[in-house]
Design a protein around this ligand. Structure first.
Ligand code: UDP
Length: 479
């Protein structure tokens, strides 16, 4: 058997899943001298995911094996949620994943297995091989705390979670308001809830949970997860805060992903320092036509410079998840009449994919209006950019609350945008607050402090640097 540790990482479809997995793989290679094989199931319709996988394969840091997406048309209805589709897909791909691993020559087989929350049923393959097995939840410790505690809520809470008067209390952690709950908890009779509870139970059969956060960012929650007198009593498995793991900036002029847009960067280069707000709602986020109109007016009235990644309105964010904005219709036709002409000198409207990390790291960027997916949130923090948070789905409402109430690096609308259209006046105020107004100074200062804290976590001897060294290399397994 080779003495070099070898991690097999199984990754669900979706850019938000793929990006942190690619970064974890790189760290295992560079910091732990692992060899890594990523087993990815790209979303059928996402060109961007395939491009990212191709780019990640050169230069060859690790092996990538693309498993064909299983045909699940007979298992899920047309109205199935993203979470259900992913859970079913990962269940159905299990035999192919198992054969791929067991088909490897025994000296080349993995010594460690890493899966995500949608694929916890594959943890049993780790048992079969007698190797350590981890679950990588590329999210906050607060989300992990909720996930670990869901089987308890499932037994103890009566009725719908969303109808609870009191927030849901997790030992040692900030309580979760019913309106912030993750999508799978919104309806206890839906398949996605049943899948979520099962995943939460399976999670505790792993040898540890890797999280894309760091000690100084979420100390109280991480302590609670470890404390036998608090959440540790339920969690039972070690947690490893190994974040922030974010995509690096592409080297100048790089076209390795074919995605860099020269015109956009030429424009940014000409803008004053921290004067531009970047507006983008993730890889597939969309809003209604009415909300898009208010966004346009709010931006214009704020009199701030902007780059806006516009997507055509979609009825459901779920529908957009698997296509990553590959839709063909022209989103610019949905903008208010005259908007492009009136804002010509201060704004840039783009559509589809842009290199977000490169934009956020540009000195002209002073704010980020984001759907607060956790990758985007980390990319903003690590670049010291304050945010307007605009949660759409999944665990984004919790992220929004944490970013505004706990970390103080963001502003949010008075009412969730999913509940009511946020009007142009409120949008104007939020934009001005994070960009220029005096009452946004504390937020702008705080995010710069967190940028330093993030860098410290990954410096030599930092908390995440140390945490990744504690992951077992599994070399002691019996063949
Ligand atoms: N992203 C990007 N360009 C885009 C849209 C998204 O580079 O036009 C990247 C973004 O930098 C982040 C990821 O896609 O790394 C989106 O992940 P996140 O967790 O923020 O949200 P999701 O899209 O999964 O909801």
């Amino acid at each position: 058997m080779s003495s070099q540790p070898h991690a097999a990482i199984l990754c669900s479809p979706g850019l938000g899943h793929l990006i942190p997995v690619l970064e974890l793989a790189k760290r295992l290679v560079t910091h732990r001298n692992f060899t890594v094989t990523i087993f990815a199931i790209p979303s059928p319709a996402s060109k961007t995911e395939s491009e990212l996988l191709k780019a990640a394969a050169t230069p060859k840091f690790f092996d990538i094996i693309e498993l064909p997406p299983p045909d699940i048309s007979g298992c899920v209805g047309p109205d199935a949620t993203v979470a259900t589709v992913l859970a079913v897909m990962m269940r159905e791909v299990r035999p192919a994943f198992r054969s791929a691993i067991l088909g490897m020559e025994s000296s080349l087989r993995p010594t460690v297995l890493i899966v995500d929350l949608f694929s916890t049923e594959t943890l049993s393959i780790g048992d079969e091989l007698g190797i350590p097995k981890y679950v990588y939840i590329a999210s906050t410790a607060w989300f992990v705390a909720l996930t670990v505690y869901v089987p308890v809520f499932d037994k103890e809470v009566e009725g719908k979670y969303v109808d609870q008067i009191e927030p849901l209390r997790i030992p040692g952690c900030k309580p979760v308001q019913p309106e912030d709950l993750v999508d799978p908890m919104l309806d206890r009779t839906d398949q996605q809830y049943l899948d979520y509870v099962r995943s939460c139970t399976n999670l505790l059969k792993s040898d540890g949970i890797l999280m894309n956060t760091w000690e100084d960012l979420e100390r109280k929650t991480i302590d609670a997860l470890r404390d036998e007198g608090l959440l540790g009593r339920v969690a039972k498995v070690p947690v490893y805060p190994i974040g922030p793991l974010t995509r690096p900036v592409q080297s100048a002029g790089s076209t390795s992903t074919g995605l860099r847009e020269e015109g956009l960067f030429n424009w940014l280069d000409k803008q004053p320092c921290e004067s531009v707000i970047f507006v983008s709602l993730g890889s597939g986020g969309t809003v209604s036509f009415e909300q898009m109109t208010e966004m346009a007016w709010g931006l214009e009235l704020s009199k701030q410079r902007f780059i806006w990644v516009v997507r055509s309105p979609a009825k459901s964010t779920d529908a957009a998840f698997f296509t990553s904005g590959n839709r063909e219709d022209d989103p610019l036709t949905y903008l208010p009449k005259g908007f492009l002409t009136r804002t010509h000198d201060v704004g840039l409207v783009v559509h589809l994919w842009v290199p977000q990390v490169d934009i956020l790291s540009h000195p002209s960027i002073g704010g980020f209006w984001s759907h607060c997916g956790w990758n985007s949130s980390l990319e903003s923090i690590t670049n010291g950019v304050p945010m307007i948070v605009w949660p759409l789905h999944a665990e984004q409402r919790m992220n929004a609350t944490m970013l505004t109430e706990e970390l103080d690096v963001a502003v949010r609308s008075k009412v969730l945008p999913s509940k009511k259209v946020v009007d142009r006046e409120e949008i104007k105020e939020m934009v001005r607050k994070i960009m220029v107004d005096k009452d946004g100074e504390a937020i702008r200062g705080r995010v710069k402090e967190l940028k330093l804290s993030a860098a410290k976590a990954w410096s030599v001897g930092g908390s995440s640097y140390n945490a990744i060294s504690q992951i077992s290399s599994g070399n002691q397994r019996k063949c």
